[in-house]
Each structure stands twice: as C-alpha cells, then as structure tokens.
Ligand binder design. Structure first.
Ligand code: NAI
Length: 344
C-alpha cells in the first residue's frame, strides 16, 4: 500500500479523495493543517504528500520531506507557484493536475463579472431586508463591450467562448498565442487601453507578478472591471485600491488574493483580521471577493481526485507519469520525460 498524507484537507476534499484512494490501494491520512516549515514533521514516513494551492512547499520544506522519506509531491491543482521546483529537482518528483475543469473557473469568472456589472451582490442583500428599491443598482450591458483576456490557455479560451456568447468583442494577450484559435491578439498595452473588462487567466511567474499595477491601471479605460481568478499576486492590491478610490476602476472581482494563504479556506468571522489591505477591499462596494472557489464544482473535484490518485499510482507502480513537472520543463524548455520516463 502507498502511504500518502494530504495537507489542508477540507470536508469536500475528503468526500472525493477517500473513496478514490480506497479503490486504488492508497492509504490516506488527511489533516487540516497547511504544509509549511512548522508542519512538515507530520509528513515523516509518508512516501507521498498531497498538497494544494496555499501549502508552502519551499526549499526547506522540500529538504525535510526528502529526509523523511517522501518521494512524490502530488499537487491537487494546476498552478505550482507555491512549490520550489528547482529545490525539488533530483530529490522529490512533483506531479500536478494540469486541467480538471477549465469550464468551472471560466464560468466562475463570468459569474463574478455579471454579479459586479449588474450589482447582484447588492440587490441580494437589499431584498433579504425587504428593501425592493432600485436606486444605485444601475449596471451596464456586456453586449457590445470589449473583454481583454490575458492568457489564452485552457481557462482563457473557455472564458473567451462565454464572452462571445454574450456578444462581446474579445481581444487577448499571450506571449505564446494560439494562432489557430481565431483569437484577436493585441499587445498588452493595447489590451489595457481598449478593454471595458479585463480578465486574468495567465500563470503567476516573475514576468506576470503585479501585472496590474499603478502604471498599467493608469493606461486603462475609466470604469474598467478587473476579474482575477488566476493568482492573487498578478495584482498589486494597494494599486488596485488606489485605482478604485480614484474611480478609474469600476469594479474588481477577486477569486484570488496575494496574501490569501493566511485567510482563505478559514472561518475568521470571530477574529480580528490583521490584513488591512483585505479589510479595505471588503469595505468597497464595487469589490467582490470569493475565496479561491473557481474550481469548486462537483465535476472539477471529481476530476482532481481521480487524476491525483492516478498520478500517484502510476508513479509508484509504473514509475512514470505524464503530469510530472520540473524546473527544466519550465525554464529551459528541455523535457527529459520522453527519454527517461521521469524528469530525473
Ligand atoms: P494554461 O497553462 O492552460 O494557460 C495559461 C496561459 O497563460 C498560456 O496560454 C500561457 O502561454 C499564458 N501565459 C504565460 N505567460 C503569460 C504572460 N506573461 N502573459 C500572458 N499570458 C501568459 O493554464 P489554465 O489551466 O488556463 O489556468 C490559468 C491559471 O488559472 C492558472 O495558472 C492558475 O493560476 C489559475 N487557476 C485558478 C483556479 C481557481 O480556482 N481560481 C483553478 C485553476 C487554475
């Protein structure tokens, strides 16, 4: 039996993972704590560690996992900016779930956008209080507006399809454009200048960190609505707040937040939250925050569990997995998987 420990486990994870592990002879231990330098000891003796977006898999954590006998880190998500892939190279293999339901995230992005532009978040609260007035609820049509999509991978493309269904003009920026997809690509500067709505669907890298900053916000249309379902650090939060205060930004829809690891997935309703930036964002009537729930559908959770467990079983059973990642694949563009079946 393969011994695996899953960090940052929630009830909905258990519902999908426990059965999948039982079917595949994986002995699963679930814990609620996030993986970090303080909790890494709990993984001692587990050959596989299953992690999520806010586990901190830095170089020290990797070192200690390797000392404790861990051979595989299985990410139950697509993004891996929270893992020091370079530190792991040669020590611990890393697998991920590259796509589990791009539709889930794209639909959530549109749900946030519609909520924002039609002020559903305000009317929902009003009508609960038997306040049926309409003052302050005037929105705008998406039809005929321009959506700027940053990153045209799996999720970006689904979002583009949805926007087109609404009769929007879509422009996009991607350093690796898919020329066969019938997408109108423009420069990032043009996208910022021309879009009524900007939706971020690119990964977090050193090039994309704080892509939305004081300078880029300054070039945008007045009243632009920004949607971020990718990674929080794509947006410099203080610059976003300033842009909203100056009425440059008409709405911000955030499913992710730069400092989310201290907040998201926890019930802090009885606590004094120390994050003043989030506290300020939540006071603004045109900011909508969801706590990284773009992926949270039955379909996506089921795919995440089955692909993660299949990655684990194939790695330990057949010594191969198509979903391995390493820093060479990412930075050097040199993939060794074909030759050696594993990244190292
Ligand atoms: P993908 O890998 O299919 O597409 C990413 C696209 O971004 C690629 O076309 C790539 O060329 C492009 N890109 C790379 N560097 C860029 C840059 N500097 N500027 C603009 N585009 C750039 O990834 P996928 O599946 O579409 O996911 C996109 C992002 O969504 C992920 O990186 C992840 O951060 C986020 N995500 C969020 C979830 C949520 O629950 N909110 C769930 C799953 C993913």
């Amino acid at each position: 039996m393969i011994k695996a420990i899953m960090f940052d486990t929630r009830q909905y994870d258990k519902e999908f993972f426990v059965g999948e592990c039982e079917k595949n002879s994986v002995k699963l231990k679930t814990i609620e704590a996030k993986l970090n330098e303080d909790t890494v000891e709990l993984a001692k003796g587990y050959e596989c560690v299953i992690v999520f977006v806010n586990d901190d898999v830095n170089g020290t954590v990797i070192e200690r996992l390797a000392e404790g006998g861990t051979k595989l880190i299985a990410l139950r998500c697509a993004g891996y900016n929270n893992v020091d892939v370079k530190a792991a190279f040669g020590k611990i293999h890393i697998v991920r779930v590259p796509a589990y339901s791009p539709e889930a995230v794209a639909e959530h992005a549109m749900a946030l956008l519609l909520t924002s532009v039609r002020k559903i978040h305000k009317s929902f609260i009003r009508t609960r209080d038997f306040n049926f007035t309409l003052n302050g609820l005037v929105g705008f049509n998406l039809h005929g507006k321009t959506a700027g999509v940053v990153g045209t991978g799996k999720i970006g493309k689904r979002f583009i399809d949805i926007c087109r269904g609404f009769g929007m003009r879509v422009i996009a920026y991607d350093p690796f454009p898919d020329t066969s997809a019938g997408i109108e690509y423009v420069t990032l500067d043009s996208l910022f200048r021309e879009s009524d709505v900007i939706s971020l669907h690119c990964p977090l890298t050193k090039d994309t960190k704080h892509l939305i900053n004081e300078r880029s916000i300054g070039t945008m249309k007045d009243g632009v609505v920004i949607v971020n379902t990718s990674r929080g650090a794509l947006i410099e939060s203080e610059a976003l707040i300033e842009g909203i205060k100056k009425k440059k930004i008409g709405g911000a829809c955030l499913d992710v937040y730069e400092e989310e690891s201290d907040l998201f997935f926890e019930d802090l309703s009885g606590e004094i939250v120390e994050d003043d930036v989030m506290a300020r964002l939540l006071t603004l009537p045109n900011v909508i925050v969801t706590s990284h729930q773009g992926f949270l559908t039955d379909e996506a959770l089921s795919n995440i569990a089955s692909v993660t467990v299949r990655n684990i079983v194939r790695f330990f059973g057949e010594g191969v997995t198509e979903n391995e990642i390493c820093y060479l694949c990412e930075n050097v563009g040199e993939c060794r998987k074909d030759r050696k079946k594993r990244c190292f």
